[in-house]
Design a protein around this ligand. Sequence first.
Ligand code: PGA
Length: 236
Amino acid sequence: MSIIASNFKTNHTRKSTATFVKEVNDFLVSSKITNDVYIFPTSTSLDTFDSVSNLTMGTQNAYATVKGSFTGEIGTEQLDEFGIKTILIGHSERRHILGESQEEIAKKFVFYKELDYKIIYCIGEPLEVKEAGLEKTLEYIYEQFVGIDTNYENLILAYEPVWAIGTGVTATNEDITSVHSAIKSQIDKPLLYGGSVKVANVAEICKLEGVDGALIGTASWNVEDFKQIIENTKDL
Ligand code: PGA
């Protein structure tokens, strides 16, 4: 069954997040859809939401700490307040825009693994690597597994080519299946695809061999579209 995750990035307010979550929850209840759905709002919008068991709220980021002096960051003390036990780690925007190194990412992974968090771990190559071919792409991706326990039981992977994120350029089915089958041959974990997934292409992508769902940014921020995305993949 497809896993569908929405990454809000720096979008939505506390108020609009609450409305969004309620609408998605009501939709899951009324449509009896049982696929696993995740929503990652901004940290200012985390809260205790009433939701069905297949709708999980997660954090887009947190520091590898319970609490302390890490200006601008949050730790598990803040996440525990809302019962958050799910985190995105390794997103390319944190790697490339916020400058998180593989070492820092691995440290964060180890910390949240120890606490049994569900981790959605993102990997993906920039355009110049993709243009160098599949072998170079896979080499680059495997470097992103350094320090990561790929046998961790609460692990979901997300392959998100950097050149496809927020650009409107989705990877071709062939690009997706070749990378997914290579990763799957090494690591036996659910593997989502992310990068310009939208209402119109989500079902086709989720039907591909080796694709277990989608991690969606832009196209998920409108609640009607997100519900349609869930609807389009409910039997996949
Ligand atoms: P996008 O982002 O859907 O806007 O391409 C995906 C992601 O970064 O998770």
